[in-house]
Design a protein around this ligand. Structure first.
Ligand SMILES: [Zn+2]
Length: 430
């Protein structure tokens, strides 16, 4: 295929795609199989470096139970009681809506259907009596199940990924890193079978072999943090098996513990910190010293700013979801959505990185820096940004405007077409 009249790095060119690769970039390449880009910008396909595919696919069929859609008890009750049948699955709950709701609250206020509601943290499920009965749980009277995704799952084991993949393609996404800590062999085989062309890098449990997963996901939370010795040993063992680690670090203590353990174990090229939601200058320098990669979520600042202003200590506010300071310090930075906990549209996240909420602007990025967070190679979030050049893999995204317009309108970008390995996987009508 030939992509004609595409803007590549500011210049209009024709691009020839053959056998998964860009084989020629020139003026006036002729041929009958072509796509007219009409002067719009062609960029490398985007990679979401932190996503949970199965739960995002399920979330597409779920009701949102938290801010900004739902902000109080009356709205929540109304939402839960929309007509419907079968399981009712809620997501995104936050205690600011109606407090610490439990089984009794759901039995009293919800419909007579099995209901399960996931807290925004992703760690807590709240079930009503009908749901507890169906999953055979009679040992959790309040219906609040922590870190117990497996027992909450009911019915078909894996959701249909096709609608989600089509959505990702429509954003120009050509690859993802699936980071769910509970990923084991079954999940690995299902992903490999279902994602087809989408490039996928999978993280997961320690029993995945190196050929299945190049990363061990380390996922501890305050207040249940393990000892420094234990986490150091876990990191050492992953390294001995040739794996990198990717450590979930949202709070200051989580990050400090992981950095201390990595220092003790000895970091290996490719080790990653996920989120780094709270990072002061001292911690940024420590991350730099250990030569770690940070995978951030610029979308959260826009999505959760009201809660942060209320809940995060004043002295930590300036340390929230920093971006520019990482780049200025020479820390390698990439981004992912953390969907379903964050918005899966990377253009929304890029807009959030460029136009940060008032009071948080000093960590803003340029549009080009924001884009670069999604151009790091699949399988290597710390690598150099991919470019459109001869010999590169034909994973491509055609925007609906030239870059000079797009950079001012990130939130309004709706890609026209997406190719993976030279194959057209999305063709919009705009
Ligand atoms: Zn995550």
């Amino acid at each position: 295929m030939i992509i004609k009249n595409a803007e590549v790095n500011g210049i209009i060119k024709d691009i020839l795609l053959e056998k998964c690769l860009i084989t020629k970039i020139d003026n006036n390449i002729s041929g009958s199989n072509f796509y007219d880009a009409k002067g719009d910008a062609l960029i490398p396909g985007l990679h979401d470096h932190h996503i949970h595919l199965n739960s995002t696919a399920v979330a597409i069929n779920s009701v949102n139970c938290g801010p900004p859609d739902i902000s109080n008890e009356i709205e929540l009750i109304e939402k839960l009681n929309y007509p419907g049948h079968g399981w009712l699955r809620g997501i995104g709950y936050h205690h600011s809506v109606a407090g610490e709701i439990d089984r009794c609250w759901l039995d009293k206020n919800g419909p007579k259907r099995p209901i399960k509601i996931q807290h925004r943290s992703g760690r807590l499920w709240i079930l009503n009596s009908a749901a507890l009965k169906l999953i055979g749980n009679n040992k959790t009277p309040d219906g609040r199940l922590f870190d117990d995704d497996n027992s909450v799952r009911y019915g078909s084991e894996f959701p249909d990924l096709k609608p989600l993949m089509n959505t990702l393609y429509s954003y120009g996404i050509t690859g993802v890193t699936e980071v769910t800590p509970s990923n084991g062999v079954k999940e690995y085989l299902n992903y490999i079978d279902k994602v087809k062309l989408l490039k996928i890098d999978i993280m997961g449990r320690s029993d995945l072999t190196f050929s299945e997963s190049k990363y061990l996901k380390i996922h501890y939370h305050e207040p249940d943090l393990p000892s420094l010795e234990r986490i150091t040993q876990e990191i050492k063992s992953a390294h001995q098996h040739g794996k990198n680690i990717a450590a979930h670090c949202v709070t200051r203590s989580e990050l400090m513990l992981v950095l201390a353990a990595l220092e003790e174990a000895g970091p290996v090229e490719g080790d990653r910190i996920e989120h780094a939601a709270i990072t002061d200058d001292f911690l940024i320098n420590w991350i730099k010293k250990l030569n770690l990669i940070v995978v951030t979520q610029p979308n959260f600042m826009a999505e959760r700013v009201d809660t942060y202003i209320k809940d995060v200590d004043d002295f930590e506010q300036e340390n929230l979801w920093r971006l520019k300071s990482f780049i200025n310090s020479g820390v390698r930075l990439a981004a992912g959505s953390d969907s379903p906990f964050g918005n899966s549209n990377p253009w929304f996240a890029m807009e959030s990185a460029v136009n940060r909420p008032r009071g948080f602007e000093n960590e803003a990025l340029s549009p080009e820096e924001a884009l670069s967070l999604y151009l790091k190679p699949p399988y290597n979030a710390g690598g150099a940004s991919r470019e459109i050049k001869e010999g590169a893999t034909a994973d491509l995204c055609l925007l609906n405007m030239p870059w000079s317009d797009a950079r001012m309108n990130l939130n309004n970008i709706k890609p026209r077409a997406t190719w993976i390995g030279g194959e057209l996987v999305f063709n919009g009508v705009n």
